[in-house]
Design a protein around this ligand. Sequence first.
Ligand code: NDP
Length: 319
Amino acid sequence: MEQKKKNENDYDFIIIGAGVAGLASAMYGARLGMRTLCLGSSHGSELPIGGVITTTNIVENYPGFIRLSGEELAEEMRKHAESYELAAIKEEKVEKIEKKGLSFLVKTDKNQYNSKTILFATGTKWKKLDVPGSKEFENKGIAYCALCDSPLFKGKVVAVIGGSDSAAKDALVLAEHAKKVYIIYRKEKIRAEPINMERIEKNKKIEIINNTNVVKVKGNKFVKSVILDREYSGKKELQLEGVFVAIGHIALSDLAKELGIALNDKGEIIINHKTSETNIDGVFAAGDVADKPFKQAITGVAEGCTAAYSAFEYISKHY
Ligand code: NDP
């Protein structure tokens, strides 16, 4: 691609979000000869460069790496992207994106940039528990990141709320430190990956409470107990000191919505699953913010790479 460098703030491809989808896309964008900027810390999830994967203890489903931490995987991807002169990663918060003719104006808390194409790789944020006490005790026993906070609960009794593989993984991380870990799930049977289910069943510290909701969190300065909507071992009150919430994620799509990007009823960006294109020409989406049902690091990476290629084709056609 011909590089017409008018201004150092002019880019071919700007990626909003520096999780794994964004980082992989930056690497591909640069390889395709596009002047690429990946803006992290940009979507209000308060996660570092690398995004949500950095809160995962062990990643063992990313090909090429039998077992490594989420932080290590993110760091490898960051280094890989930055090894290309055409790719830059900056920690800036994107505040607004405007369409200006064929291109886009991206305003951050520090700068403004022009770009021919945009990729939303903004990911998700944690869905918050919404019961009496859940706000009051946030960071006083209620936590959302098991990997970050589990060492604080050494020798204590804790619970994970949720029933997906995330809840299972959180319970396993917590069991490394806590004395006892309950998984409290609202339906019949949790949906962990079989390999994690097996680990849970073998772990004597973990106990699953099915068909049960937490309806209240109690304590004084810190959490002391939760109230369940049905009895467990003859009681509705469960004494514990930590509550880890793993009840899902909310797509960070506000900036996309403001730009006129079509969203589904979950607030995810609707993409063409072959090309990662959105309803607006020159705008793409990838990773957990996009409307794909199977959200994994590897699928986000693949969508990010596809988006980079689609952006390259779009620029080749229109510029
Ligand atoms: P999910 O939406 O998959 O699961 C949320 C869980 O919380 C469900 O069990 C749900 O129950 C429960 N829940 C939701 N709301 C409430 C509530 N108000 N009270 C009690 N329980 C509630 O979210 P995840 O964050 O686990 O996963 C999001 C995505 O990330 C998924 O697509 C998953 O595939 C992906 N992921 C990828 C990983 C990887 O790359 N290896 C690892 C972990 C997750 P119910 O079952 O009744 O709906």
